[in-house]
Design a protein around this ligand. Structure first.
Ligand SMILES: Nc1ncnc2c1ncn2[C@@H]1O[C@H](COP(=O)(O)OP(=O)(O)OP(=O)(O)O)[C@@H](O)[C@H]1O
Ligand SMILES: [Mg+2]
Length: 326
């Protein structure tokens, strides 16, 4: 798989008015850098799915342009365009009367790949999303769990190695624990495949966990703020943004703030009983361990080494410093 294949997406002055006059998106400018994962969040009906559908030309904008690597998508042949774009639709949308393997093979088949090439690709993809092709490949969608179906949806979207991946609430149909695991797997997958991803959710925690950048929309596709998660949480641009991301944004922010080794204090004798947290963790992990612990300290570990200790005050100060820096 080509790990560098990703495209830059640029929406400028995009508007969508549906027949009957409802304005789903009034005027949207949005730049999604190649290889980044941008999350669209906003209340129901604010135009998120409409934006995705315009990017792959399932529907046409009423005004404005959408550029893919600088090329106006309205001038690219539709079939050629969709070959470059994988699409995970809201509510998965697997074909119920086709097996998992047949579902994943949809686009390669349309492209006329040979049978052995398709079979190899299907196996590779099911493996990539953590499904056993021998066991799951022959099953039908109704014989899978919700989380497995969503993974098949992701595998199908990746089948022809697209440069862009559009995902509409891909993890919404599963319980919080499975969702958390799928999100983790998905982040690892993105490290491998490095697509340009535009992902829709209305779950702020999901947006914060997955996004390189978050585009927060209000009704009519109005862009309220477009920023990395840490900045959105530290500096909401409007009352609407602050309300949408919630009064616990201070806690959410801990989950996007790395532990800075420079703020650690030396590990003392008393820390033998202190809980530990990985140096790769966040301030959120440190605070959670502190609350579990009972010694007032948490020790930060990197492999064999203990880097230092933190108190709740240290976590607080580190979080404040991060706000000042954002
Ligand atoms: N085919 C259509 N014809 C007319 N209006 C439509 C059509 N599709 C969507 N709309 C309207 O456009 C607006 C935006 O819809 P869209 O599906 O983009 O919202 P969304 O942000 O994806 O919402 P959700 O979070 O509920 O999925 C809504 O008011 C919706 O009713
Ligand atoms: Mg939608």
């Amino acid at each position: 798989m080509d790990a560098t294949a990703a495209a830059d997406i640029e929406l400028s002055g995009v508007r969508k008015e549906y027949a009957g006059g409802s304005v789903a998106v009034s005027h949207l400018d949005l730049h999604v850098p190649a290889g980044s994962l941008t999350v669209l969040v906003g209340p129901s009906g604010c135009g998120k799915s409409t934006v995705l559908r315009m990017v792959n030309r399932l529907i046409a904008p009423t005004a404005g342009n959408i550029l893919l690597d600088g090329q106006d998508t309205s001038r690219i042949d539709k079939v050629a365009l969709r070959r470059k774009i994988g699409y995970v639709i809201q509510h998965v949308g697997l074909f119920p009367h086709q097996t998992v393997s047949q579902n994943v093979a949809t686009v390669p088949k349309l492209l006329g790949w040979s049978k052995p090439r398709i079979a190899a690709r299907v196996e590779e993809l099911l493996d990539l999303v953590g499904l056993d092709s021998g066991m799951h490949g022959r099953r039908y969608p109704h014989q899978l769990s919700g989380g497995q179906r969503q993974r098949v949806g992701v595998a199908r979207a990746l089948a022809a190695d697209p440069v862009v991946l559009l995902m509409d609430e891909p993890f919404s149909a599963v319980d919080p624990i499975v969702r958390h695991r799928l999100q983790g797997e998905f982040l690892r997958l993105q490290e491998t495949v490095r697509k340009t991803i535009l992902l829709v959710t209305h779950d702020v925690d999901e947006a914060v966990r997955l996004g390189d950048r978050i585009a927060l929309l209000s009704e009519g596709g109005k862009l309220e703020q477009y920023a990395p998660p840490a900045e959105l949480l530290a500096r909401p641009a409007s009352a609407f943004v602050a309300e949408f991301i919630g009064t616990d944004r201070g806690i959410k922010r801990l989950s996007v703030t790395d532990i800075d080794p420079a703020v650690l204090r030396p590990v003392g004798e008393a820390d033998r009983d202190s809980p530990e947290v990985s140096a790769a963790g966040t301030l959120y992990d440190a605070l959670a361990a502190l609350l579990e612990g009972g010694t007032g300290h948490v020790v930060v570990r990197s492999g064999e080494n203990l880097l230092g200790a933190m108190t709740a005050d240290d976590v607080y100060r580190a979080a404040q410093a991060e706000v000042a820096a954002a």
